[in-house]
Design a protein around this ligand. Structure first.
Ligand code: ADP
Ligand code: MG
Ligand code: MG
Length: 355
């Protein structure tokens, strides 16, 4: 069987995606699969490399340059090249697509729609769950409906802001207290998110978030621990032990996540049995509410008096060997290689059930 491993992409999380692809290739190149790497460049070109026959030496070797012939370097320093293909040309029997793309165009249902249209099995959430999970406003509406606790929030549209900013202040300041968190509706990895301590900062934060999306959300900022639960399955849902992101910084932004490594993962999280059970129940409920399948990581806030709020569901969470999602499974008894295999099997089962 062939695995089309698709990574890179046009989003801000391009490099993280390449690291994930690299971790996955280390696990599956030698198994029963022919791994076909497809790198989506920052400008959106699809470059197919050679079938992997040996492990690539580092993540950079998966960052192909365009050429007439695909060459995959296994020697240090050599550049790998890929041939441009059309996205629909990957339609094949006996193949599974493994997309490891984060953010807009990868995790938001758009590429999942392409896979549906060409009729191929693919790993991870389908169109609906991807689109809803990516959208911080829509997911809040759905979580509210499902009775999941969340911090108070105010959705803001670009048009409302430009026509009547005063009204937006009144809505925010009438419902929320400072500090507030301002976020683009469709993003990830903290891109475009800022914390506002006063009205002046709120203005800056709204302007900043609006650079990324015309729909944004202003949230009540809280002092809380950040806990995450991994979910795996289709209709049969499994949840992991909760893990904690122990912050050494006040706000878990892009740099602290990926550049400065200012985070320590505590797995399992030091929480009471009651909190752990509740988190796992909420995670499963959130997954079902969004019609999840394959995998998701559900992120929560936990206050000092054990109050839980759901923050978000990531349908394509960070997935390198050092990421929370695979580490949560490792601590729950499922290693990285077996997890990758299970995700492929889940993709095939979902595909067969729908035929
Ligand atoms: P992303 O999808 O980019 O990860 P999040 O909603 O998870 O966006 O926000 C990124 C980070 O910002 C969180 O991990 C947390 O550190 C901080 N944060 C977000 N919302 C709040 C909030 N309401 N109160 C306190 N901290 C928050
Ligand atoms: Mg997110
Ligand atoms: Mg997050």
């Amino acid at each position: 069987m062939k695995i089309f491993l698709i990574y890179g992409g046009k989003s801000a999380e391009h490099d993280v995606s390449i690291l994930t692809a690299f971790s996955i290739t280390k696990e599956i190149y030698y198994k029963y699969y022919d791994v076909e790497p497809i790198y989506i460049t920052k400008s959106g070109k699809w470059l197919q490399g050679m079938t992997l026959e040996s492990p690539v030496i580092n993540a950079d070797a998966l960052k192909f340059e365009e050429a007439d012939e695909a060459v995959l370097a296994i020697k240090e320093g050599a550049i790998s090249t890929g041939v441009e293909i059309s996205p629909t040309s990957i339609k094949q029997e006996d193949a599974v697509i493994f997309p490891v793309l984060h953010g807009p165009n990868g995790e938001d249902g758009t590429i999942q729609g392409l896979f549906e249209v060409i009729g191929m099995p693919y790993v991870g959430a389908g169109v609906l769950a991807s689109a809803c999970g990516m959208d911080k406003i829509i997911s809040k509406y759905l979580f509210q409906q499902a009775g999941l606790p969340q911090v108070p929030y105010v959705p803001v549209l670009k048009n409302n802001w430009s026509t009547d900013a005063e009204k937006v202040f009144m809505q925010c300041e009438g419902t929320l207290l400072y500090p507030m968190f301002v976020k683009p509706a469709n993003m990830g990895s903290s891109v475009g998110i800022s914390k506002a301590e006063n009205r002046e900062e709120l203005i800056e934060a709204i302007e900043e978030a609006l650079k990324y999306d015309r729909r944004i959300v202003v949230e009540q900022g809280i002092e809380a621990r950040e806990l995450e639960v991994a979910v795996l399955g289709n209709s049969d849902i499994h949840t992991s032990v909760p893990g904690e992101i122990v912050k050494t910084v006040d706000f878990y932004d892009y740099d602290s996540k990926y550049i400065n490594n200012e985070v320590t993962l505590q797995i399992p999280a030091k929480v009471t049995e009651d909190v752990s059970i509740q988190l796992r129940e909420y995670a499963a409920r959130a997954f079902q509410t969004l019609d999840g399948s394959g995998l998701s990581r559900c992120d929560f806030f936990l206050t000092s008096n054990d109050e839980i709020f759901i923050n978000e569901v990531n349908t394509m969470p960070g997935f390198t060997q050092f990421s929370m999602y695979p580490l949560l499974w490792e601590n729950t008894g499922l290693g990285y290689g077996d997890l990758v295999e299970e995700l492929i099997q889940l993709a095939l089962r979902r595909f067969e059930e729908r035929q």
